[in-house]
Write a protein that binds this ligand. Structure first.
Ligand SMILES: [Zn+2]
Ligand SMILES: [Zn+2]
Length: 348
């Protein structure tokens, strides 16, 4: 492939419900942007949603879109390894100016159909991205690890939304990839005790590897001290999107504690208003991340968080359907990654 203004690049596109495949398109680098050769990408729940449903929540695909927002690569010119921040905020709106660019009203987020035309994602051999989206890292750290930068930044933002966890008792309901990364990040951030719950024994085992002190199935009875005296945990993270888990969090969070809503569930949930009000529980949402992206890159680079227990398998990007089929199988997959390395092609 020649790198010029009319290069052909293969990308992973979603065309509609159940329709995902490779497409080769011509590609040009925008004048003020940087050319990045993608090396690795993690498949996220939202990518799976677009594949399964042709949309996510209220947003349906209006035209084909490149998937993916958890990507790393190398700057084409220098070979520098970089994590690619999938958020491109406008920098001018009220939210950007007040330091909350994750709420930017003009946000262009990789692989998202929230805006129309949709913003293409990062599952592509090459990307043209603005410099501010690139966070360089030490190239001795493996792709396996660094491709967790984006989901780890989501976990660290959730902790910041809780007001920190240093010295606190933490409950995490739902030990999927994000729940487990919250567990690991809470340990790195100095939580005094971390308890996880999940229906799946496999997820509970991984949660222990990721730093949970104890794990429980929500089907067994949890220690009565968790609900005695108005609750036990200073901070709860609800990452399962199960209604019962939400209720459990309200019961087990101490009066005046914080409950961060991480798991997404469309529609209404019956809400224990009286308990929340009387216990003065601080319920907080969390959405994507701001400066936590850089923090996540540094934590992975320094080994503060080891995400590898979560990595189920790496597929060549050309086997995208096999990769999605494994990723959507919650009984055997946590995080599935795609490798974009072209071994037949010399670098630079
Ligand atoms: Zn993601
Ligand atoms: Zn903005």
């Amino acid at each position: 492939m020649s790198i010029g203004n009319n290069m052909k690049v293969k990308s992973i596109k979603v065309f509609g419900k159940g329709e995902v495949g490779l497409e080769e398109t011509s590609f040009a680098v925008t004048a003020d942007e940087t050319l990045v050769r993608v090396t690795r990408g993690g498949i996220c729940g939202s990518d799976i949603h677009y594949y399964q449903h042709g949309g996510i929540g209220d947003f349906s695909l209006c035209h084909p879109m490149t998937l993916g927002h958890e990507v790393i690569g190398r700057i084409h010119q220098s070979g520098q390894t970089v994590a690619v921040n999938p958020s491109k905020a406008c920098g001018k709106c009220f939210y950007c100016e007040s330091g909350n660019s994750n709420q930017c009203v003009n946000m262009e987020f990789f692989g998202s159909a929230m805006r129309n035309p949709h913003v293409d994602g990062g599952f592509s051999e090459y990307l043209s991205v603005s410099k501010q989206q690139l966070v360089p890292y030490d190239d001795t750290i493996s792709d396996d690890v660094m491709a967790f930068s984006e989901p780890l930044s989501v976990a660290i933002h959730a902790i910041n939304q809780a007001g920190g966890v240093l010295g606190k008792r933490v409950l995490v309901t739902g030990c999927g990839p994000i729940g487990c990364l919250i567990i690991a990040a809470c340990q790195a951030a100095g939580a005094s005790e971390i308890i996880g719950t999940d229906l799946s024994e496999r997820c509970r085992d991984i949660a222990l590897e990721m730093g949970a002190d104890k794990v429980y199935s929500p089907l067994e009875s949890l220690p009565t001290e968790y609900t005695a005296d108005k609750g036990y945990f200073d901070v709860s993270f609800e990452a399962s999107a199960a209604v019962q888990a939400f209720h459990g969090c309200i019961d087990m969070t101490r009066a005046k504690g914080a409950l961060v809503l991480v798991g997404m569930r469309p529609g209404m949930v019956d809400f224990p208003l009286t308990k929340c009000l009387a216990k003065e529980i601080n319920i907080r949402g969390t959405f994507r991340f701001v400066s936590e992206f850089e923090t996540a890159v540094r934590w992975l680079e320094k080994g503060k968080v080891n995400p590898l227990p979560l990595l189920t398998r790496v597929f060549p990007f050309t086997q995208i359907i096999d990769a999605l089929k494994l990723a959507e199988d919650k009984t055997s997959a946590m995080k599935v990654q795609l490798s974009f390395e072209r071994r037949d092609e010399k670098f630079i």
